[in-house]
Ligand binder design. Structure first.
Ligand SMILES: O=C(O)CCC(=O)C(=O)O
Length: 301
């Protein structure tokens, strides 16, 4: 079991202390007054979003969760029906921008006072059953994860432990993801030797709770049974970045990614796209050449 996280109140004075902490902070009951906390369930969302098309991450329950996931477009109505059917697939709605994709439920939430009013924030919806988000850090933003429905367990580790976390290469598109598996932690709570070396912190969020995740802090999230959360993201000042790492790898990684995107747009023939994708896989820019090839063909890169 990892060490526990500092807890704080939800007054304006606490909000000011939040950013100064430079470490994760748990705020119990921070969003307990949201309409979403009393209203949201999978059935409520199905009724409001039945024909809304969303991107859903799909993966095999028995497969290791380290590889990039397949993304499928489906309506929330279809998503709900598939959740109810017996299947070896796990479906997870992750990072759905509420303002852009599901504005009809925007009025059920409010921007928490804990977020500095000077910053513009975006709110993303996470919704799934037994979901698992692997270890990663955010490259340029702070986050406030607000639990709306069900329980979520979090594992966090300091930016100082980046080497121990075995991140993908700095020029990989998954450079802010770890190569360590959190399956054992997710399924049985056991922290193996690898994770123990990262001296992780742990916490459990209940509906109404919020967790501040500072920029560059590693974290993994496990939704227990049916779980719905909203995470707010807002830009982190450079002075809040962790140097030398992951700050330096973020800086150079984003430059190399921009180059790759520029290069990707110049590729036109199927053969050159396939060759470029294989090379990118070989040098470790991506894990999956076929996925990159599909993205390049559709102009998504
Ligand atoms: O809720 C989740 O599964 C992932 C949350 C997360 O990684 C985040 O909010 O940054």
């Amino acid at each position: 079991m990892g060490a526990s996280i500092e807890e704080m109140g939800r007054t304006t004075a606490d909000a000011r202390r939040l950013l100064q902490a430079r470490a994760p902070v748990l705020v119990r009951g921070a969003v307990k007054d949201w309409r979403a906390v009393s209203a949201w369930s999978f059935e409520y969302l199905r009724d409001r979003l039945a024909s809304t098309i969303l991107e859903v991450e799909a993966y095999d329950v028995v497969a290791a969760r380290l590889e990039p996931l397949e993304l499928r477009r489906m309506t929330f109505g279809d998503y709900y029906a598939r959740l109810k059917s017996v299947s070896t697939e796990r479906l997870f709605i992750a990072e759905t921008d509420i303002t852009r994709s599901v504005p009809s439920i925007l009025n059920d939430i409010e921007v928490p006072e804990l977020i500095p009013t000077t910053e513009s924030s975006r709110s993303l919806l996470f919704c799934g059953v037994d979901s698992l988000t692997p270890l990663h850090y955010h490259e340029a933003e702070h986050a406030l994860l607000c639990q709306v429905r069900g329980t979520k367990r979090l594992l966090l580790s300091s930016p100082r432990k980046t080497r121990v976390m075995r991140p993908h290469r700095w020029y990989s598109l998954r450079r802010n993801f770890s190569r360590l598996s959190v399956e054992a932690w997710a399924n049985s709570g056991s922290i193996g030797l690898d994770l123990a070396a990262a001296e992780p912190l742990e916490c459990v969020l209940q509906p109404g709770d919020a967790l501040f995740i500072p920029v560059h802090w590693w974290h993994a999230a496990r939704g227990i049974d049916a779980s719905i959360s909203v995470t707010f993201f807002w830009p982190a000042a450079r002075s809040h970045w962790a140097f030398p790492t992951p700050g330096v790898r973020t800086f150079w990684g984003s430059k190399s990614e921009r180059l790759l995107r520029l290069f990707g747009r110049t590729l036109s023939s199927t053969r050159t796209i396939r060759l470029a994708s294989c090379i990118a896989r070989w040098v470790g820019i991506v894990d999956d050449a076929a996925a990159l090839e599909a993205d390049l063909k559709k102009g998504r890169i």
